[in-house]
Write a protein that binds this ligand. Structure first.
Ligand code: ADP
Ligand code: MG
Length: 775
């Protein structure tokens, strides 16, 4: 035993010595490397460890891309890097290799704690980086953790102290820094910001600054992106002073487009109301392609996905946006990645960094807010030298302005026209789909509002012309019977949206602002079309509660998410025909129901019987003799007396019933608010305990050898790439609460629907309303 032990010890010493020698050699090579411009063409020519090389080789990475060749040696030497290279040019390896190598050279162990921090603006991108790290770091002994949300904080806390390389979104990382006692960043060697310009922009400013303030200033910092908009002040925020700027010259060169050469770009001139027809026609004629379609909001995505699905274009349709649960997001991401032919409708949540294999087409249905977003969206295709195509739909209002903007980055898409024979109108189909389904109609309403809102909050008013939106035609193209009358509530909301959009744009259409700071769309006069009448007939009786709430101007809908609300729908409700489950909104119907009830209870039903003391039944009204009648006075005064008595009774009953109905409504509201409060409190408690404050669960820590990427993530509170942008600050909690509140109310509304049979006659309706009034 002893001998064996001695042998082992000496062997171990030998191994250690060998490692030291290799390490010294590696350091020497790094020192010698890159005095002149690096000419290496493959990874094995770089001064990197055997373990990394092995991982790279096994993952199929042999040859270097330009950005990798230029930046890896510099990063290995310990320089801070500001790396710029086109989409799909291999930036991920350009920072992951230096990260692994740094810790390798420092002989990092699990007891050394956090050595590297990699920040990504979106969860999906963080997951992707994590997967690449797991692959290429397979033969190292470092532990890696992905923090984009966590259900079991204890689980995370226990493990986070042993994590060497942490990848995550800003909000979640900061939360761990604030909460996890185990996460010590004082030793941090290297910080990476992927999609750096996005991480540094306003949306993440506070969070990122807070994270950076926890990090030692002498760490190395690597910033990578395909677009660079950061100022020197931004770089100073990261204490980046003496850095190497790589690729910026070529990327920002005036002679070269900022998009990949292998990307074929075109645009079509499309009137807003024709967009969906064109999109559907496009999909129908590209059934053997893999396409990513970008729309401006979750609601647009949801609507287009749900309706197109019903129209069955003959290709697998998928959708992805920030309001879905994380499990659904991850599943779709995975499914679309594996698909050969499919069409994915998405928001900008996948615009940056996501590496879907072999995307043939990127279609930008809604104009992106700026050229950088165009570049990132387009960059989902034509990655790593492969060919790809991008098509953008520009409305006549957007076209001149946006083409001008693109030209500043040498991007000049070719003008295309859709062949008349390929054009197919789906407008009638959409209208009939909405006619049959109140849910789709509701989605269409929401899509309409969010599109209009998205144009309103754009900062580039030379491109986006809110006042020129053809609202009626656009609504009709979504299958809606008319444009919902919109009202933009309070400038505060607009300000908040602008803040979120990271802009400081001047207010639009200020001249139209009324004294309350509200902006009303006055041109948008309701016009009653044949569809109005059609919907008036049918959908009224089967309207979803959501829709009812949309058509009501006030109510207790708490939809502050949209700062535009529909003031009044132009397809008026024919209220008498409407058997509303919760509240009888029509005063006439209410009165009629009450008066009928009143007359029933006072006049009595002639078939009703009254029992005397002997148990003998008598009709309630028995004919009295003429003599007796005259004894009581003349007919006219008796009539008057009778009428005034009845009127008194009716008035009393009316008051009582109204009070009853009001009490019931108030009680319902009180209960709802109470439940909401309880819900919020429990959310708050969970939040305070760090249990559920972000939107995902299942953050995970895993050794590089044993990837353990949990997809048990859920939450749908946040949209797109703002999803993880905040630490649990008060503002965030407020946002979260408001969203929860909306959701809660929506759920409640959905649950409150009482199913009733459609009344066939006016009598049925009156009976139904009086029943509902009685509760
Ligand atoms: P970027 O971050 O610049 O947009 P990625 O790092 O996502 O690009 O890489 C784009 C694609 O190119 C990925 O599929 C990646 O696997 C592949 N890739 C990157 N570098 C290499 C390489 N050296 N050899 C082969 N494939 C590579
Ligand atoms: Mg990338």
């Amino acid at each position: 035993m002893a001998k064996r032990h001695r042998l082992t010890t000496s062997k171990r010493k030998e191994i250690r010595k060998e490692q030291e020698r290799a390490l010294d050699e590696l350091k020497r090579r790094i020192n010698d490397f890159g005095a002149t411009k690096c000419t290496a063409s493959s990874f094995d020519e770089l001064p990197i460890s055997e373990v990394t090389l092995k991982g790279l080789k096994e993952s199929g990475f042999i040859k270097l891309t330009d950005i990798q060749r230029d930046s890896i040696p510099m990063a290995l030497k310990g320089h801070d890097i500001l790396g710029a290279a086109k989409t799909g040019s291999g930036k991920t390896l350009a920072f992951l290799i230096p990260v692994i190598e740094k810790l390798y050279r420092e002989k990092w162990t699990e007891f050394d704690g956090l050595g590297a921090l990699i920040i990504s603006p979106t969860r999906e991108l963080a997951m992707q980086i994590y997967e690449v790290l797991i692959k290429i770091g397979k033969h190292t002994s470092f532990s890696a953790g992905l923090v984009i949300g966590g259900k079991d904080v204890k689980f995370e806390m226990d493990r986070i102290s042993k994590i060497n390389i942490l990848i995550g979104t800003p909000g979640r990382i900061l939360q761990h820094m604030d909460q996890a006692v185990g996460l010590t960043s004082s030793n941090l060697q290297i910080l990476v910001l992927d999609e750096a310009d996005r991480c540094l922009d306003m949306g993440f400013k506070k969070t990122l600054d807070a994270i950076v303030s926890n990090l030692p200033p002498d760490r190395q910092t690597l910033l990578f992106s395909a677009t660079q908009s950061q100022s020197l002040a931004d770089l100073a925020r990261l204490s980046l002073v003496d850095y190497k700027s790589i690729g910026s010259d070529t990327l920002l060169s005036k002679n070269q487009p900022a998009t990949p050469e292998t990307l074929e770009q075109s645009y079509i001139d499309v009137e807003l109301p024709d967009k969906l027809d064109i999109l559907f026609s496009f999909i129908k004629s590209h059934l053997n392609s893999k396409t990513v379609v970008f729309l401006s909001s979750s609601k647009q995505v949801h609507f287009v996905y749900e309706t197109f699905r019903k129209l069955q274009p003959g290709i697998s349709l998928m959708h992805l946006h920030g309001r879905q649960k994380q499990t659904a997001r991850t599943e779709t991401l995975d499914k679309f990645s594996r698909a050969q032919h499919a069409c994915l409708f998405s928001t900008d949540v996948v615009a940056r960094g996501i590496d879907f294999p072999t995307v043939d087409w990127v279609v930008q249905v809604d104009c992106p807010e700026d050229v950088d977003t165009y570049i990132h969206r387009a960059g989902r295709s034509a990655r790593y030298g492969k060919s790809g195509k991008c098509l953008i739909m520009l409305t006549p209002q957007e076209e001149p302005g946006f083409l001008k903007r693109l030209k500043t980055k040498m991007i000049e898409p070719k003008k295309s026209v859709i062949k008349q024979s390929k054009r197919k109108s789906i407008r009638n189909q959409l209208q009939s789909l909405l006619f049959k389904s109140p849910e789709l109609k509701y989605l269409a309403q929401k899509a309409f509002i969010s599109y209009v809102r998205s144009i309103y909050i754009q900062k580039d008013t030379e491109v986006f012309k809110f006042s020129e939106l053809p609202l009626e035609e656009f609504a009709s193209s979504l299958g809606l019977p008319g444009a919902p009358k919109i009202k933009i509530k309070g400038m505060k909301s607009i300000e908040r949206s602008k803040e979120l959009k990271n802009t400081s744009r001047k207010l639009l259409l200020l001249s139209k602002t009324n004294e309350n700071g509200d902006l009303e769309e006055e041109e948008n006069k309701p016009v009653r079309t044949k569809y109005d009448r059609m919907f008036g007939r049918k959908n009224q009786t089967v309207l979803s509660e959501h829709y009812l709430n949309i058509t009501k101007s006030g109510g207790d809908t708490n939809d502050t998410d949209d700062f535009m609300t529909i003031k009044r729908s132009n397809h008026e409700l024919n209220e008498e025909d409407l058997p509303q489950p919760m509240v009888i909104s029509s005063k006439r119907a209410q009165k009629r129901a009450v008066s009928k009830k009143a007359s029933l209870s006072s006049n009595g039903n002639p078939s009703k019987l009254k029992f005397d003391d002997d148990g003998i039944p008598h009709p309630i009204y028995e004919l009295e003799g003429e003599e007796e009648f005259h004894k009581k006075g003349d007919a006219e005064s008796q009539k008057k007396e009778f009428l005034s008595k009845e009127a008194d009774i009716m008035a009393k009953v009316d008051v009582q019933d109204k009070k009853l109905a009001k009490d019931k409504r108030q009680e319902k509201k009180r209960k709802r608010l109470e439940a909401l409060k309880r819900e919020m409190e429990s959310q708050q408690e969970r939040h305070d305990s760090g249990d559920d404050c972000e939107h995902t669960t299942g953050s995970t820590a895993a050794y590089l050898r044993t990837p353990n990427l949990s997809d048990d993530m859920q939450s749908d509170y946040y949209d797109s790439d703002y999803a993880d942008s905040n630490k649990p600050s008060k503002k965030k909690i407020k946002l979260l609460q408001r969203d929860q509140e909306e959701r809660y109310l929506e759920d409640r509304r959905a649950n409150d629907i009482i199913e009733v049979e459609e009344p066939q006659s006016l009598d049925d309706l009156e009976n139904l309303t009086s029943k509902l009034l009685q509760g």
